[in-house]
Each structure stands twice: as C-alpha cells, then as structure tokens.
Design a protein around this ligand. Structure first.
Ligand code: NDP
Length: 455
C-alpha cells in the first residue's frame, strides 16, 4: 500500500532528482533550468500522490524518448562545401505524435533543443489536443544567406530528417529562423523523397495544406492570455502601455492584437537592440516592421531613422516604464535585475510569447511580487494549438474557415487560462500561473504514462 510522502521527503526527492539530472546531462544549462522550473511545481503537488513517485514519472519525462543528431552538408553560392549539425529531440509521445518546431540559429545546441522539447511536452498537453513533445533544428544561420542557399540547406536537412518523422509519428513546424519560406523548402523535399503528400509539417502555405491564422496564432494567443488574466481582476488591455521584445513572427502578431484591443506598444527589438516609440507602434508602423524584417531582412534601427523613435544599440527594452510586458524574442532575455526594474517601474503583468524568456531568478521575482505572470508553456501555446488543428484538417482533407479557427484559438487560450487558475490558485487567492501551468500540463501526460505501464 502506498504511503503519503512528507514534505521533507518531497524536498529530498527533488534534490536527488535534480542532482541526478545535472549529472546525466553535464553542461546543459538551459535544459537544467527548464526541468528545475517544472520540478519546483510538480514535486509539492505529487507529495500526497505517491504513485507518481513510485513510477518515476518526472524522471521519465525528463529523459527524452530519443535524440537524433546528424550531419548536414550543403554547398553555398560560391561552391564551398559547408557542414552543419542537425537535431531532432523526440521527448515524449504519451498523448500523441511528437510535435514541436525546428529552429535554425547559430546558438542551437542539444541543451537548447532538449529544454524546448521538454517544455513542448507540457505546452501541448495544456492545449487539450493529442500532441506529444518534440523539437529540432540546426546551428545554421539563415541570416545573410541567399534564397538558393537556404533552399539547399533545407533540402540537405530534410534528406536525413525525413526518416524520423511522419504524420502519425512526429510533425515538426517552424520556430526561430524557420518561417514560411523554410517550411516550403522542407515540405517540398519531404514530398520528393517519399512521394507522399501528407501532413508531416505544420505552418505550411495555404496552397499546400496550411491552416488559416497559424501565422498569427502564437502572438494573438499570448495577448489573449493576458486579456484573460486581466479580466479575472476586472481589468483590460485597453489604455495600457506595453513593452514588446522581438520583431519576428510572435512579436508582430502580439503587437497587432494589443493594438486591436486598445493598448499601446512602445518598443520592439531584434538581436542588435531595441526601438522606443512613445507615440506607439500603430498598424502602419507595424507594416513597415514586417516589410523590414521579412522582405528586406534589415535591422530594427532603420525604424528609428524613419519614425520619431530612439534606437538603443545592444540593449533590451526592460528599462522602459510600462503596464504590461510581452517578451517575444528568445530564451533568457529577462534577468533578475531587469525583472525587478520592471516591477518597480509599475509593471502589473507579463505574458511570455517566447519560450522561457525569463531567467529563473526573474520568474521568482515576478511570482514573489504577485504580479500576473503567464509562463511561456501556457502563454504561447496558441501557435501549436492551431498547428494541431492544421493536422486535423490535413488528415480529414478539409479546411476550416477563419472565423471557426479564430473562435477555436480564443477558446483554447481561455481553457488554458482556466486550467492554470484551477491548479494555481493559492490560499490568499493569488493565481500562481506558473504552478498552475506546470501541474495541469503534467497531470495529463503523467496519467497516460501510468496507463502504459513501465516503458
Ligand atoms: P522569429 O525568427 O520570427 O523572430 C525572432 C525574433 O527574436 C527576431 O526579432 C530576432 O532578432 C530576435 N532574436 C532571436 N535571437 C535573439 C537573441 N539571441 N537576442 C535578441 N533577440 C533575438 O521567431 P519567432 O517569432 O517565431 O519566435 C520567437 C520566440 O517565440 C522563440 O522563443 C520561439 O521559440 C517562440 N515561439 C514561437 C512560436 C511560433 O509560432 N513562431 C510558437 C511558440 C513559441 P533578429 O531578427 O536580429 O534575429
């Protein structure tokens, strides 16, 4: 008969678990960080549920099902042979086929992809759709490459990856550095190699099986999450000053949705620095940014030359006073000091569009200050939710209308919000969305794993 685990025992289990994780995965700091964040919520929750301890459920979730690493060889426009490293981390398929994006960026490492695949497992669970967690990519930098070079790289990458993916096995999507252009090249090569037209990638063009609103979904969903958190406190986005980082896919549609809801966005950024426009980045200025970043592939500083704004080279926007924050660029872009600066400048809410954009000490600062804080696995799940709907449309050979999909996205984000409230409400009524998201995401995957026995 199982016994209840005392809180001292639970702490001891947590310490043993975490030191084992560090020992088995040396130097993988991002992966350690992501697992630690989840473990701090899950261990207290399972203290009186010993079956999860006995079956080593969190230990099994933090050991990927498998990791595929491969060489990618391609030729640049000058005829030089170039070599990159490709990866696919298949973390957990307890509740559905592996699902998660591909990232092409020079700082891609196994640690980064293991953290992303682990996070994805919980995020996908929160959407309520049957999707497991995976992530992949390469240390390839698409910046400064011609379209022909990007195409040759994508074809070489898919020439290995196609052996490990499939519509019922593993369905990748885009992420940093992998947008519509790259997905087109990747899907074309998959189709050529397998002679099959199937839903093996999401984020596809509308002409070849893509879904309406997939492009907008992550950014919109991140703002819907903030809207739901504010609504619970009888507040709204209208009239709020917002700080956004990034100027890619997620940032763009977060800004668009904040504008729709009557807020004012005063910053955006890229890896060279940030622009501050106190008048607000309206629809016309946002269209300029989209053209700059997706067509001309230029730097954000050009915005400051064009409009009445300042450019802050090499800096992040967290010193700008605001009500709401949407980090939408990359991991660990808010440190502890910056989190404290945001709080003391009056920030009342953070909704994470990027994956794990806040360092652990920054997360702790937001939660201790009891401001509204939606962690990425909840806040940015709208994108993968619409990807899940793209998979359903592909397998049913149907296309849903924009109106239907907008409604489904809105409902998914509300459901995620409500799950966080259910599992995260504390005795003083503060909703700890971090705890709520971690525990709600854990339970569904854990119960499926228990049902399968010891595997
Ligand atoms: P994009 O490639 O479209 O945009 C990324 C943005 O972040 C660019 O502005 C880029 O600047 C900036 N950036 C990238 N790396 C750094 C860095 N090291 N320091 C500062 N800025 C940086 O990516 P997405 O918008 O798709 O993704 C952004 C984040 O959202 C990522 O964390 C991703 O994992 C997450 N996400 C994305 C989803 C999606 O649907 N696309 C779904 C869920 C999460 P520059 O132009 O200079 O490179």
């Amino acid at each position: 008969m199982s016994k209840k685990v005392t809180s001292a025992k639970s702490k001891e289990y947590m310490e043993r678990f975490y030191s084992g994780l560090q020992r088995r995965n040396p130097g993988e700091t991002e992966f350690h960080q992501a697992v630690y964040e989840v473990a701090t919520s899950v261990f207290p929750y399972i203290a009186d549920k010993p079956h999860y301890h006995e079956k080593q459920i969190l230990e099994r979730m933090a050991e990927p099902d498998r990791v595929i690493i491969f060489r990618v060889v391609w030729e640049d426009d000058e005829g030089n042979v170039r070599v990159n490293r490709g990866y696919r981390v298949q973390n957990n398929n307890a509740i559905g086929p592996y699902k998660g994006g591909l990232r092409f960026h020079p700082n891609v490492t196994l640690s980064v992809l293991k953290f992303l695949a682990f996070e994805q497992t919980f995020k996908n669970s929160l959407t309520g759709l049957p999707m497991g967690g995976g992530k992949g990519g390469a240390d390839f930098n698409p910046k400064g490459k011609s379209d022909a070079e990007v195409m040759r790289f994508c074809q070489a990458f898919m020439s290995e990856l196609y052996k490990h993916i499939g519509p019922d096995m593993d369905v990748p999507a885009g992420d940093i550095g992998v947008g519509a252009r790259e997905i087109g090249f990747l899907f074309g090569q998959y189709k050529r190699l397998t002679t099959q037209f199937v839903g093996v990638l999401t984020g596809k063009g509308l002409e070849f099986g893509g879904s309406l609103i997939r492009t907008e979904a992550t950014g919109y969903g991140t703002v819907y999450m903030m809207e739901s958190m504010l609504a619970l406190k009888n507040d709204a986005i209208e009239g709020k000053t917002c700080v956004v980082s990034g100027s890619g896919n997620v940032a763009t549609y977060a800004v668009e949705k904040v504008n729709h809801l009557g807020g004012k966005v005063v910053t955006m950024s890229d890896s060279s620095g940030f622009i501050h426009d106190p008048d607000g980045i309206d629809a016309e200025k946002l269209a300029y940014i989209v053209d700059l970043k997706t067509v001309r592939r230029g730097r954000i500083s050009e915005y400051a030359d064009r409009f009445n704004a300042t450019f802050h080279q090499g800096q992040r926007p967290w010193s700008v006073a605001c009500d709401l924050v949407f980090p939408c660029a990359t991991q660990n872009e808010i440190n502890s000091e910056e989190a404290h600066t945001l709080i003391s400048n009056g920030c009342i809410g953070v909704s994470e569009g990027a994956n794990m954009p806040t360092e652990q000490a920054g997360v702790d600062a937001f939660v201790e200050a009891k401001i509204l804080f939606a962690p990425s696995k909840a806040a940015n799940a709208g994108g993968v939710a619409v990807s899940g709907l793209e998979m359903s449309q592909n397998s049913g050979r149907i296309s849903w209308s924009e109106e239907d999909l907008q409604g489904l996205l809105r409902k998914t984000m509300t459901d995620i919000h409500d799950q966080c409230v259910e599992f995260g409400r504390e005795s003083d009524d503060y909703v700890n969305y971090l705890k709520g998201a971690n525990v709600a995401g854990f339970v569904k995957v854990a119960d499926a794993m228990l049902a399968y026995g010891v595997l």
